[in-house]
Design a protein around this ligand. Structure first.
Ligand code: SF4
Length: 288
């Protein structure tokens, strides 16, 4: 029977596992007895239930480290660890996702899973909240009217859609385009974290408050979230990886919101200009 672990012991265990990870040790074996081992070897789902009980909204400014409540799930060795390149690694993550039934969105009318699209080595990644009707139909994120606007935003930055990577916090369409619920985001977002870890973008742009709050674990209004960079390291990323020390994360309005309130496009452009400056991008010449 699973037992809740003392919080101090849990923290100490998480620190120890992180220490081993930094030494390059990812594989752990299990023994039959003792509380610590039974928790370390628990199924992710079991640990997740315990994690949910301990979670509460956080209002602090910036989250720079993997959320502690995800640490056990994040530290489980993943199939993509041995992949030769990001294309193969993303394929392994997609295979691991399978015909996913991990959250209730699988039985609420989705036609297909919308995994993500774009350059597996992108410097820039956009993350929205979840697929809508067009995305559900076509199996690709941001292909409807909001997608057209996102394409225009990308073009205005001097890039093409295929230069960037685009994904969502949840990969199945919430019914009626409702906001994905917390348990759905918590269940699905580890796969997004793994995609980010493989792609290693320099900058992530969170499109809208839902994406921002899920990536940063900050509960704040858009007015407070926008206008600055956050240091972002996905839960489960190997902090000892010399090739990537995390991404800068910026927050801007979701294109669907900009379609409803075009007056905010100027504000969104300011956010994108901040990103362009960081990445050394120039807007295309008028004649292009
Ligand atoms: S939203 Fe994510 S976790 Fe939920 S069923 Fe779809 S792929 Fe699985």
């Amino acid at each position: 029977m699973n037992q809740a672990l003392d919080p101090d012991l849990r923290r100490a265990l998480a620190d120890r596992i992180r220490y081993y990870n930094e030494l390059g040790i990812y594989e752990f074996y299990r023994r039959a007895s003792s509380n610590v081992e039974s928790v370390a070897a628990d199924s992710p789902a079991t640990v997740e239930i315990e994690q949910k009980q301990e979670m509460s909204p956080r209002k602090s400014a910036v989250v720079l480290k993997p959320a502690e409540e995800n640490i056990f799930q994040a530290l489980t060795p993943k199939p993509e660890y041995g992949a030769a390149d990001p294309i193969a690694a993303l394929k392994l993550i997609r295979e691991d996702l399978g015909d996913c039934t991990r959250c209730k969105l699988h039985q609420q009318g989705r036609k297909q899973i919308v995994f993500g699209v774009g350059n597996p080595r992108a410097d820039l990644m956009f993350v929205g909240e979840g697929p809508g009707a067009d995305e559900d139909m076509q199996g690709e994120p941001f292909v409807g009217r909001a997608g057209q606007l996102l394409n225009n935003m990308i073009k205005a930055m001097g890039l093409r859609r295929e230069d960037v990577y685009i994904a969502n916090v949840v990969k199945c369409r919430p019914p009626g385009n409702r906001t994905p619920e917390r348990d759905e985001c918590e269940t699905c977002s580890p796969f997004l974290m793994r995609q980010i870890t493989v792609i290693k973008p320099k900058v992530i742009v969170a499109l809208g408050a839902v994406a921002a709050k899920n990536l940063l674990a900050i509960n704040a209004p858009m007015s407070e979230l926008r206008g600055r960079f956050y240091d972002f390291m996905p839960a489960g990323a190997r902090s000892s990886d010399p090739s990537w020390q995390g991404a800068k994360l910026a927050v801007t309005y979701h294109p669907a919101f900009l379609l409803r309130d075009p007056r905010q496009k100027g504000e969104a452009w300011k956010d994108l200009q901040m990103v362009m400056k960081y990445l050394g991008l120039k807007p295309p010449q008028k004649s292009e």
